[in-house]
Design a protein around this ligand. Structure first.
Ligand SMILES: Cc1cn([C@H]2C[C@H](O)[C@@H](COP(=O)(O)OP(=O)(O)OP(=O)(O)O)O2)c(=O)[nH]c1=O
Length: 201
């Protein structure tokens, strides 16, 4: 094996902290070539604001601010919700909650909103994206089997476009990565505005 221990002066630097426990956000940033470390925020994600766009920005800012209190440097955070008929859908509480969400989205369009916040020395910059997603019809049997797959758990709107549920997505308009949890073009611009570029750049 051609490996050796790195001395402390050779350790790769990180450019920012990611205030997120979401494996999806971690993967999106890693595959884009960013250097970062994960610091989970553990903030209360209660949907205490009825407007989805205001809510996702507020939650992303709270997550970034919570981690910025304990680390030095830039802190990136995000939040994603589904909105349908003016109602905000977060993560499902249980099978019945997930089924109700999927029935509601079945055969029609909904919106996925993602807020992104970057805490820096002078404050917090934030943005949000809105993506329209058109879903095919979910049968009761599909819904039951989908819950048993385990995929809906921990996902806003009880589905993952990047997983099994991708088979029900007929069309999207907006940011695919925003639906997955972190809109990458907008995040790249936000990071670049603070001097952070990916390894390949
Ligand atoms: C709609 C949709 C959501 N999701 C996920 C992304 C987010 O992880 C999750 C929404 O929950 P969030 O509260 O935004 O994020 P999180 O609790 O998973 O992670 P953290 O707060 O620590 O950053 O739903 C998908 O993975 N695919 C999808 O298609």
């Amino acid at each position: 094996m051609n490996s050796r221990l790195l001395s402390s002066t050779e350790l790769p630097d990180i450019d920012f902290y990611l205030a997120s426990g979401s494996p999806r956000r971690r993967e999106l940033l890693a595959q884009a070539g960013y250097r970062f470390a994960v610091e989970v925020s553990n903030v209360d994600e209660t949907a205490d604001i009825p407007e989805a766009d205001v809510l996702v920005v507020a939650l992303a800012e709270r997550k970034a601010a919570a981690v910025a209190e304990r680390v030095e440097g830039l802190v990136l955070a995000a939040d994603t919700v589904v909105e349908i008929d003016g109602d905000v859908l977060g993560k499902p509480r249980d099978a019945a909650d997930a089924a109700a969400m999927l029935r509601r989205m079945s055969g029609r369009s909904h919106r996925v909103l993602s807020g992104v916040a970057l805490a820096h020395a002078d404050g917090i910059d934030s943005l949000f994206t809105v993506t329209a997603v058109e879903m095919d019809v979910w049968s009761e049997a599909d819904i039951e089997a989908y819950w048993r797959s385990g995929e809906p758990d921990g996902k806003a709107g009880a589905y993952a476009i990047q997983g099994i549920a991708g088979g029900w997505v007929k069309a999207i308009e907006g940011s695919y990565t925003g639906v997955v949890g972190l809109p990458m073009a907008e995040t790249r611009q936000l990071l670049a505005a603070h001097g952070v570029t990916a390894v390949c750049a």
